[in-house]
Each structure stands twice: as C-alpha cells, then as structure tokens.
Design a protein around this ligand. Structure first.
Ligand code: FES
Length: 161
C-alpha cells in the first residue's frame, strides 16, 4: 500500500465521518464478507428534493478493517444528495475514489461498503420518500449480534460474493 493511501486511511480511521447508528433511518443494509468474515451495516435517510427522492445522509458501523472504515467514511460523505439510481450505480471503486486506488488485496473491503449500500437500497424506488421497514430489535450491529446470541435467533446477513 502506498504512503498516500496509507495516510488517507489512517486519517479516516482517526476521524471517521458518519460513524454510528442512525435512529431515524429509512433503510438499513447489513452485509458480511465471504473473503474475510468482516461485517458492515449502513443506515440511509432519504429526503425529497425538487420532486426527487435523494439520500439525505448515510451512516455506518463495521466489524471491519481500517480500509473498510475509511471507504465507508468517504462513501457516506459522497452519498448525500444522490438519487437512489445514482447511489445504486456506484461501484466499490467509485465509493473509495477519494482515497485513491486500492491494492487488489483490499478491493473486497470497498465491495463490502458497496454491498451494504445496495442492500440498504434494495426495494427502494425513485419515488417520493416513504419509510422503509425498520429493524425492531438490536438496532446496532453489536446489539443485534448480542441479541441473536442470547435468543438463539438467526441474524440475516447477506454474504457478498
Ligand atoms: Fe475485511 Fe477489509 S479485510 S473488510
């Protein structure tokens, strides 16, 4: 990993943007990586702007590596103001673009962010904002995992390919 990329990742990890649960989110996506076992959850809030449904803000939590944290940090900043179609069309590479090109071994970290975003946006249309179903219990990644362990309930996690 080159020094510039390393320092951008370290900056993002020291001061991550949009980190944490969003209590009033309209959509939530949780994914796990088949490559490394890491997990990432993204919360998305929509608003209406000029008759279009756009992303107002996005936040994340992750049990992931520094690259996943850095990509999620820059990606959630970029998503504000994008329509659902625009956000859906963004690749992991585009979401990680502010950091610069990732080495091949870290590309799946950006894909984890892309998959969480797609999962959150699945079923969303470019229609006026309507609330999406909310997760009733365990609204944070950690609390949901803990709740699942206590009750023996299975947690639905989409494994990205
Ligand atoms: Fe798992 Fe980066 S190594 S997300």
């Amino acid at each position: 990993m080159n020094d510039d990329l390393q320092s951008k990742i370290e900056d993002a990890v020291k001061n991550p943007r949009n980190l944490g649960e969003m209590k009033d989110a309209d959509a939530i996506g949780t994914v796990g990586s088949a490559d490394c076992g890491d997990m990432l959850r993204m919360w998305v809030k929509f608003k209406e702007e000029d008759g279009r449904k756009v992303i107002d803000r996005a936040t994340f939590q992750t049990f992931g590596c520094q690259t996943a944290i850095a990509v999620a940090s820059v990606a959630t900043e970029m998503l504000a103001g994008k329509t659902i179609a625009e956000a859906r069309s963004m690749s992991g590479e585009e979401l990680a673009a502010p950091l610069g090109p990732l080495p091949p071994v870290k590309i799946h970290c950006a894909q984890l962010v892309e998959s969480a975003l797609r999962s959150a946006l699945s079923g969303e249309e470019n229609s006026p904002a309507t609330p999406a179903p909310r997760i009733a219990n365990g609204s944070t990644l950690l609390s949901q995992l803990n709740a699942g362990q206590e009750t023996g309930r299975k947690i639905k996690i989409i494994i990205e390919k």
